[in-house]
Design a protein around this ligand. Sequence first.
Ligand SMILES: Cc1cc2nc3c(=O)[nH]c(=O)nc-3n(C[C@H](O)[C@H](O)[C@H](O)COP(=O)(O)O)c2cc1C
Length: 160
Amino acid sequence: MGQDRDFRLALGSFATGVTVVTARAPDGRLAGLTANSFASVSLDPPLVLWSLSRHAPSCAVLLEASHFAIHVLAEDQHALSVRFATSGADKYAGLDVAEGLGGAPLLSGAAALFECRRRETYDGGDHLIFLAEVERYTHAERAPLLFHRGRYAALQARVA
Ligand SMILES: Cc1cc2nc3c(=O)[nH]c(=O)nc-3n(C[C@H](O)[C@H](O)[C@H](O)COP(=O)(O)O)c2cc1C
């Protein structure tokens, strides 16, 4: 097995939730992608991070945008995750979106929504690490969509 593939498999052992990150550039171009690299960083100030492949076509818009919206997907939003992980597609076609801070498109039905202002961008090898301050958020009692070993999953039971 190639070392890259094996490293990916090892990383895939870490079960995560799934987010869709959306943004609008000052000239109105939209970007959005599925991301499971999201993590909480700080409570005071409220900071979160996620990382973006330097090769992603959405990179330019995300670097130009002052804000982005991070949607923590609910269990029934699997199709949305697939849509936003598909490069080249018109990801917003037929979607009802509201306008968030900095013009970021807001999608409905998420388990949580964090509207963030980009604070720093760090080198992360073949990825860029975005550190952002949460300026507004909402959340709801919705079961989360999960991702583990390259597959989508749902929460089945709580351990304690
Ligand atoms: C579950 C899942 C998690 C992903 N997480 C990330 C991520 O954290 N960062 C990233 O750059 N791409 C991630 N991707 C891949 C992007 O969603 C995918 O490459 C997308 O097409 C990028 O959008 P773009 O082509 O419009 O730039 C993930 C894909 C899936 C299915």
